[in-house]
Design a protein around this ligand. Structure first.
Ligand SMILES: [Zn+2]
Length: 105
């Protein structure tokens, strides 16, 4: 395993961060607009990652059977029912596993 962490502490209450772009250590004051002093790349990729994750979640299929716009009404109802039963079933199984793990033993 890599023992080198992403950040390391330096005196004067400042941090250093390893640049994701060039791989060199650069000063980092934990601000959104901090840039690498070697290559000028942005250091705070946190917000961008958050946005990308939110974008991925939107395109992620919802439920066991994703309901599509062009599905027939009966198919839509069937899919909604199966998705609902799936969620309830998952909740019950999760509860049973939790119950056996923490209450029975
Ligand atoms: Zn850099």
């Amino acid at each position: 395993m890599n023992a080198e962490s992403e950040t390391k502490s330096v005196p004067e209450n400042q941090s250093e961060k390893k640049c994701a772009s060039c791989g060199k250590w650069t000063r980092w004051s934990r601000q959104q607009d901090d840039v690498c002093e070697h290559c000028g790349a942005e250091l705070s990729t946190h917000l961008k990652e958050k946005e990308a994750r939110a974008e991925r979640m939107k395109s992620y299929p919802k439920g066991l059977f994703p309901v599509k716009e062009h599905d027939a009404v009966l198919i839509k109802m069937g899919k909604y029912s199966i998705n609902t039963i799936h969620v309830i079933f998952t909740a019950i199984v999760s509860f049973i596993v939790w119950f056996i793990t923490f209450v029975v033993t």
